[in-house]
Write a protein that binds this ligand. Structure first.
Ligand SMILES: Nc1ncnc2c1ncn2[C@@H]1O[C@H](COP(=O)(O)OP(=O)(O)OP(=O)(O)O)[C@@H](O)[C@H]1O
Ligand SMILES: [Mg+2]
Length: 405
């Protein structure tokens, strides 16, 4: 199907994609014991979806459920054991893990697929929480398998602070964008994190076995450089698209900063790997004292600035920062549509917040042009009027989800 999709594409990329073939769309969704929902099920067509309702109705919960249809820790990055529903009396909140499930029928490139995921409480009490994933009823080997089938990008009110806070959220943001068009980025990322945990454990335990350190640092350096190279290559492709801007959304100039990035800019990857290995080796004492590894792609930063004003994003206005995020996310979605033949699910929580009328309507147009199934939430239905028949609407009230004619 992938090939058929690719062959149906015209020469100009996303704009010429056959719209019916070109998106990932949820056609049916059900949640069981997920956050505020004991059970809910909705049927959707492949158009964008608008969810409106009062504060606390369960709009973000629904987007969060969708975010578990792709690899990673979900849109709220919550511990899996906290996602399960606590009933009104707190009766099932005995402190133990609470099971929950999300099931969806997904349409992609003319075929349909069932995806199920959730958290089951049949493991030993102190076993690391694991997400169960099933594709068409069969257990998936790992999350990467899921990532090769489905992808999603999201914008949430929490991300309004992305440029103001520390670099870790920006790294996660950029890695998630990259996973959209390069699902295999997950491999080196996970391997790197595993090596990092190993080294940090040695540091914490005050280990003195040099061979052990050398071997852990060997893999840390090779996975670390692999992550940094993938990020650099991805930004080299995403950067020009994001820098163009989209209508009233300003161009976003993206760059990566850090010691490893400097080494990679100055010489070949193998040399950077040597430099990283050396740096790790001489920093053991310092890192043990500081309780963590001080060098590597987990210390890099993602720098963004406004292409017109030249200002770094942190100094732009709240609305401008949101507009920069829109430019970046849509650039990544376009790149994915070109690379993989389909645009991702877009989860746009409180999408109108901080955007003026012009930008809000332009955003709806972008969603239409991309042909993506965007799930958009808000408290005010009037905000979405401009979408007309281009979107389907649901009203959420007290955990009840009702289609609006
Ligand atoms: N594990 C849980 N069990 C039961 N209820 C939960 C759980 N976690 C969160 N909730 C509840 O879910 C409700 C809905 O939250 P949600 O964030 O989806 O609201 P919302 O519609 O997005 O509201 P807003 O417009 O304020 O963003 C909240 O009242 C919250 O207390
Ligand atoms: Mg919300």
């Amino acid at each position: 199907m992938e090939n058929a999709t690719r062959e149906s594409r015209g020469p100009g990329g996303a704009g010429n994609l056959d719209q019916e073939m070109a998106r990932i769309a949820v056609r049916r969704l059900s949640l069981t014991d997920f956050r505020s929902y004991p059970f809910v099920r909705l049927e959707t067509d492949s158009r964008p979806v608008v969810l409106t309702g009062p504060n606390g109705a369960g709009k973000t919960n629904l987007l969060e459920a969708l975010s578990y249809l792709v690899p990673g820790r979900g849109l709220r990055r919550a511990p899996l054991s906290e996602v399960g529903r606590v009933d009104a009396k707190g009766a099932n909140d005995g402190g133990g893990p609470r099971a929950w499930a999300v099931a969806a029928r997904i349409e992609r490139g003319g075929t349909e697929m069932d995806v199920g995921t959730g958290y089951l409480q049949n493991g030993a009490e102190n076993e690391r929480a694991r997400r169960v994933i099933k594709l068409d009823g069969a257990p998936a080997k790992n999350q990467a398998e899921l990532g090769r089938q489905i992808s999603a990008q999201w914008l949430t009110p929490q991300m309004d602070r992305l440029f103001l806070e520390g670099p870790s959220a920006r790294r996660r943001f950029i890695d998630r964008l990259i996973l959209g068009f390069d699902p295999d980025h997950a491999g080196p990322l996970n391997a790197y994190e595993q090596s990092l945990r190993n080294r940090n454990r040695l540091l914490r335990d005050g280990a003195s076995d040099q061979d052990w350190f050398n071997s852990v640092e060997d893999s840390l350096a090779s996975h670390g450089v692999a992550v940094a190279v993938r990020r650099r290559d991805a930004i080299a492709r995403l950067g020009p698209l994001a820098a163009r801007g989209l209508g009233p959304f300003p161009g976003a100039i993206i760059s990566l900063g850090g010691a490893l990035e400097d080494w990679l800019a100055a010489g070949p990857a193998l040399a950077a790997e040597d430099q990283m290995r050396q740096a790790l080796s001489v920093s053991r004492q310092k890192d043990a004292a500081a309780n963590g590894t001080s060098i590597g792609p987990h210390r890099s930063d993602v720098l963004v600035s406004h292409s017109d004003a030249g200002l770094e994003a942190a100094r732009c206005s709240t609305g401008e920062q949101k507009a920069l995020l829109v430019s970046i996310v849509f650039a990544a979605a376009q790149l994915q549509a070109e690379d993989r033949g389909h645009s991702p699910l877009l989860l746009l929580d409180e999408v109108a917040a901080h955007l003026d009328d012009t930008r809000r309507d332009a955003l709806f147009e972008l969603v239409g042009e991309l042909g993506a199934q965007a799930w958009m939430t808000g408290t005010d239905e009037a905000v979405f009027e401009a979408l007309g028949d281009a979107a389907q609407r649901f009203r959420i009230d007290n955990g009840r989800v009702t289609p609006v004619d």
